[in-house]
Design a protein around this ligand. Structure first.
Ligand SMILES: C[S@@+](CC[C@H](N)C(=O)[O-])C[C@H]1O[C@@H](n2cnc3c(N)ncnc32)[C@H](O)[C@@H]1O
Length: 214
């Protein structure tokens, strides 16, 4: 997936962002070694700091994440929760969850994080709202379903953050007919005119849309 932001700008932004806690650096290092090209799924230092700030400034207490991978973003968000805050992160891959579980258990935030295994749509159906923050970052063809499942359970001042909305720039190419690209592009089009919400698309990393109820 090509970078949408000039790599020098991206590096400068990361360098001028507060250092990651050692627990996050450790999971990022293991992820890059173990998963190589798949490590591109990691949100990483810049977006992780953005998500942590989002939790802090919204005062979120109940967070749901769709797509755990190795736990980087879950730990980044949980680190800004109050001690009684909770984060449920949904994952289907036992291989990914094993790494996440190990790092989460070794972190100071383990009592705030629950990894729930299984297809995320099934897990979401069992979770009661209200959610203060939802981070959608799993299979792209289900993005619309995740959004529709979470919106009714969103707290009045809650926020849904959706990752990879620029998909390396592919969403700008109407001749790109891959299922992932079309799913993201169609959701982006729908969000811009969805009268239930206000949406702002940010060009952080691979694009993040923030959605709140009107
Ligand atoms: C982009 S990665 C998540 C990255 C993570 N948020 C981070 O920052 O490190 C997407 C994850 O979603 C998981 N996934 C894919 N389809 C899923 C599904 N239907 N239900 C739950 N998880 C799924 C994948 O196994 C993968 O670990």
């Amino acid at each position: 997936m090509p970078q949408i932001v000039d790599p020098n700008i991206e590096r400068y932004a990361a360098e001028h962002t507060t250092a990651e806690p050692p627990e996050l650096r450790s999971v990022a290092d293991e992820t890059r070694q173990k998963f190589e090209s798949r490590a591109g799924m990691l949100t990483g230092k810049l977006e992780g700091a953005f998500l942590r700030t989002l939790v802090a400034i919204t005062g979120a207490r109940r967070v749901v994440e769709i797509g755990t991978f190795t736990g980087y973003s879950a730990m980044a968000m949980a680190s800004a929760l109050p001690p009684d805050g909770t984060l449920v992160t949904l994952e289907v891959s036992a291989e990914h969850a094993e790494v996440a579980r190990r790092h989460i258990e070794a972190s100071p935030w383990s009592n705030r994080i629950e990894i729930r295994m299984g297809p995320a749509l099934d897990s979401l159906a069992t979770l009661d709202g209200p959610f203060d923050l939802v981070f959608i970052d799993a299979d792209k063809t289900n993005y619309r379903n995740y959004y529709e499942a979470c919106l009714p359970k969103l707290a009045e001042r809650g926020v849904i953050a959706i990752d990879n909305v620029l998909w390396g720039g592919a969403v700008l190419d109407p001749s790109d007919t891959s299922a992932d690209t079309r799913a993201i592009a169609e959701l982006n089009d729908a969000l811009a005119v969805d009268e239930r919400v206000e949406c702002v698309m940010l060009t952080i990393r691979d694009g993040v849309s923030l959605i709140r109820r009107r």
